[in-house]
Design a protein around this ligand. Structure first.
Ligand code: SF4
Length: 147
């Protein structure tokens, strides 16, 4: 069983009200191995919503802010916790999440300037899932042969 970013399955939960449909995951959905989650919606954010990115303050603390500078860290953390809860309830040990997202990204995310500049790092949900031993892939990984 895989947790999968709902936007990758064609659900219009992306910040702009659209989706990121990814053909590579269709097989897992057809085989009923997919549990769709959108951490940002689970955190209580609306769709559509303004885009958000992760920044670090002068003390090195991680925050999530939207493009107007509003601090949404609490909502992103709640979304991560709810996603983890779903993983525990369903026994999902692996996840396929949307690359570069401030919630779902893995390895590379945007740097907080809203200029499409990538830096090393994980989204808030990815970090929490990995902390609890859940293996996270993105759609950019070689996931075609996952069973
Ligand atoms: Fe997709 Fe994750 Fe963003 Fe939701 S939070 S729209 S699942 S990338």
């Amino acid at each position: 069983m895989y947790l999968i970013s709902a936007c990758l399955a064609g659900i219009n939960c992306k910040y702009n009200g659209r989706n990121n449909l990814e053909p590579k995951i269709v097989k897992l959905i057809e085989e009923k191995k997919a549990i769709l989650v959108c951490p940002e919606q689970l955190g209580g954010l609306t769709t559509p919503r303004l885009p958000s990115e992760i920044i670090y303050d002068e003390n090195g603390n991680r925050k999530v802010v939207n493009i107007e500078g509003k601090d949404l860290t609490k909502e992103f953390l709640k979304g991560a916790e709810e996603t983890l809860k779903i993983a525990k309830l369903t026994g999902a040990k692996e996840a396929i999440l949307k690359a570069k997202s401030p919630s779902c990204g893995k390895g590379k995310i945007y740097d907080g300037q809203f200029k499409k500049i990538l830096v090393e790092g994980n989204g808030i949900t990815t970090d929490l899932l990995e902390k609890y031993g859940i293996k996270v892939y993105t759609e950019e990984d070689d996931i075609e042969n996952l069973k």
